[in-house]
Design a protein around this ligand. Structure first.
Ligand code: DP6
Length: 358
């Protein structure tokens, strides 16, 4: 698919000032994106649950200006953040071709997260998707003929250029990003809502995020994805991920929860296996990550439960379970898992529907 449909061709009017606020969620991948090529094209397709409670709220104030450069300030929790600027500058430079109208405005960006800043939860997905949605609201104000479906697709396209996983944070509850032969409409350029019926057991799926390690990420995603270049197992991994997405698609439709558990946990461990076997190599799990995994396996066996885990590129554990086990699993987490978290902290979340204008 070509990117030309996202290039705005008309000459835009310039308005004096306007402002938009969007709340966009984080997401948790079931089949992982790990490995990309320029410009932010994934080496394999991925799928994620969109979350509900972990989100970013971003307001952008646009004020007309004369100069023709990219001009913005970023505030996080009310504090001006010079150190956030390089990443966002790079993002604006990348999307300029698609959103030339941003040059007409000084942009004041105000952002806050619902989750603690230093929680080890990646905020790039919710952060970049929120900026993308604010830009799309501006584009709509400048050209009211654009449909909401197009604007959402373009928002995902832009968010991807900021952070790959951000392309999966516009819609919900399940989003596929990356071209895949068994997922109609899937694209390397943007995320799409999973297009088939999903079994009721996966409705309102629960995700409790155990904050095992709240430190700064040991490996930035840029470094991490780069580890897949010249990685001895990379090509096999990309094939496997695409096969796993095909399998998961069937599992989601049939409601085959036992296979879901096996596939999702294997994906998480494979992601970490890629880091264990790269050069340089990294161990991103902490001792408590393994303690939690073993407790989850024991609880599952002892109680015939459908609880399972997944991991991001860090030590925190996402505990996934169906809604009908909520009460029992929450008690288990409180009794047995909270002690492995820093300051006993965890976040209760579940699947959500994506970006909301405030
Ligand atoms: C392990 O989307 O953070 O969470 O495109 O470089 O911003 P960039 O990477 P990013 O990578 C996410 C990797 C992951 C798996 C996933 O979310 O699919």
């Amino acid at each position: 698919m070509s990117t030309s449909k996202f290039i705005s061709k008309e000459t835009f009017k310039v308005i004096e000032k306007t402002s938009f606020t969007w709340k966009t969620p984080s997401n948790i991948a079931l089949v992982k994106y790990w490995g990309k090529r320029n410009p932010q094209i994934p080496k394999n397709a991925s799928i994620s649950f969109t979350l509900k409670n972990c989100h970013t709220i971003t307001t952008i104030n646009f004020n007309k200006k004369k100069s023709s450069d990219i001009d913005f300030e970023i505030y996080f929790d009310g504090i001006k953040k010079e150190d956030f600027k390089p990443k966002i500058t790079k993002f604006f430079e990348r999307i300029l071709e698609y959103c030339p109208y941003i040059l007409n405005y000084k942009m004041e960006i105000h952002s806050e997260n619902s989750f603690p800043h230093s929680s080890g939860i990646a905020s790039s997905a919710s952060g970049m998707s929120a900026i993308a949605m604010c830009l799309m609201s501006l584009e709509k104000e400048l050209n009211s003929k654009l449909s909401d479906d197009f604007l959402k697709q373009k928002a995902s396209f832009l968010a991807r250029l900021g952070s790959g996983s951000a392309s999966r944070s516009i819609e919900g509850p399940l989003v596929v990003w990356g071209e895949h032969p068994e997922i109609e409409g899937s694209s390397d350029l943007f995320g799409i809502r999973y297009p088939y019926n999903v079994h009721s057991i996966f409705k309102n799926y629960q995700d409790t995020i155990l904050l095992v390690d709240k430190g700064e990420k040991q490996v930035s995603s840029t470094v991490g994805h780069n580890l897949m270049h010249n990685h001895p197992y990379a090509e096999k991994r990309f094939i496997q991920a695409n096969e796993n997405l095909g399998k998961l698609s069937e599992i989601l439709q049939k409601g085959d929860i036992k296979s879901f558990i096996q596939l999702v946990e294997s994906e998480a461990l494979t992601l970490h296996a890629m880091m264990l076997t790269s050069s340089p190599y990294f161990i991103l799990m902490k001792p408590n990550t393994l303690q939690v995994i073993n407790e989850i396996w024991k609880y599952r066996d002892d109680n015939n439960s459908n609880i399972c885990f997944t991991l991001d590129a860090g030590a925190n554990v996402h505990v996934l379970y169906p809604e009908d086990e909520k009460e029992l699993v929450e008690r288990f987490i409180d009794d047995k898992l909270a002690k492995y978290c820093q300051k006993n902290q965890y976040i209760c979340d579940s699947t959500g529907l994506g970006a909301v204008q405030e």
